[in-house]
Design a protein around this ligand. Sequence first.
Ligand SMILES: Cc1cc2nc3c(=O)[nH]c(=O)nc-3n(C[C@H](O)[C@H](O)[C@H](O)COP(=O)(O)OP(=O)(O)OC[C@H]3O[C@@H](n4cnc5c(N)ncnc54)[C@H](O)[C@@H]3O)c2cc1C
Length: 401
Amino acid sequence: MIVESRIVIAGGGIAGLTLALALLKRNIPVTVHEQVASPAEVGAGLQLSANGTRCLFALGLERAVRAIASEPQGKEVRLWSSGQRWKLFDLGASSEAAYGYPYLMVHRGDLHQLLLRAVREADPDAVRTASRCTGFQQHAGHVDVVFADGHQERAAALVGADGVHSQVRAALFDARTPEFTGCVAWRGLVPRNRLPEGLMQPVGSNWVGPGAHVVTYPLRGGELMNFVGIVERDDWRIESWTEAGQTHECAADFAGWHADVQTLIAGIDRPYKWALMGRKPLEEWTVNRVTLMGDAAHPTLPFLAQGANMALEDAIVAARCIDANRGDIPQALRQYERLRIERTSRIVLGSLENGKRFHNPALADAEGAQAYVTQQWAEDKVRQRYHWLFEYDALGVPLVG
Ligand SMILES: Cc1cc2nc3c(=O)[nH]c(=O)nc-3n(C[C@H](O)[C@H](O)[C@H](O)COP(=O)(O)OP(=O)(O)OC[C@H]3O[C@@H](n4cnc5c(N)ncnc54)[C@H](O)[C@@H]3O)c2cc1C
């Protein structure tokens, strides 16, 4: 009997490409199938906390990642009306001192291109574009993966890294309808030359207010400011990264907010909007030789900024499990799921909680806000919310189970 060793990955996003690189570094053959014909520079900012940069650096990408990143010196909370500032936490040298790795901000398109290049350097034939996975058939010793053009590929395992609308997830488990959260998110990029110096500081800001919040941070060494504005409204239900909106509509959602927020919105080239959908964590991800990874496994709201970091952690842990169980792929995938599901479920639920904190009605006036911020963003509470996220070591978690 020929034993199939190739791992097929559906989806060449952050999770799929990182897994491919981590497997190739372990001399495990891999093919990534990406539905898009030429992956372009889509998306805006991603936050990479120490738990995520640790994964990228372990793949030999430290120099390349630092070259595309911005490193903020800290994060702050700002009040929607007065612009008052409170420290959230220090970053820069503090992140390296506490966790051994930096906290970096990157443009998703830059990180995606960097990973794609690294995978192609490791194996020029590893990535197939314009190749959409539509299904699979499981057999005792292999899985046959089916593609939209009708061809099939035999593999030891199929990893569904096909994002928030994962087809592999739908085929493994019943497609569940997500619940609309009642929030719409705006995102956009503001070129440096449209902003006054005071708004281009190397700091991440979380503007908080009743019913809405805004997150800003610099990208590409300060050439761009990333803007994400989340507002409670229920007239937009499309969950897509590529739906453009209008600047005046975004401005209307933040009418009455501080002048800095107005300046940021006015400077956005093209705002995009997406409806935030909530999904309960799955109870399992794996059936025999097929598993899920990244947003396909644990779609999350963005309120802890851990979507990309979870994808990176998943990829490293999965590669280690596959490497350690080369003769027993179903066991490797079960082990990967067992090691990852509790943490990622906790992040999904924690994100939901954090969103409520950002939008609290107590933030309406300055006095209520002072009391609320002092209580909610007290140093010990912030540590409790973030330390367990940042300290996680995907390379060191013992491979038990
Ligand atoms: C276009 C786009 C823009 C984004 N912009 C931002 C942003 O600005 N800020 C932010 O924080 N996050 C953004 N994200 C989400 C962020 O990248 C993810 O949350 C995170 O990195 C987890 O990555 P992932 O690989 O699991 O999913 P994704 O990055 O979503 O990657 C999934 C990949 O699978 C491909 N795919 C889907 N279905 C199939 C299929 N059937 N067969 C083959 N390939 C398939 C998709 O084309 C995509 O390339 C964006 C995602 C996308 C796809």
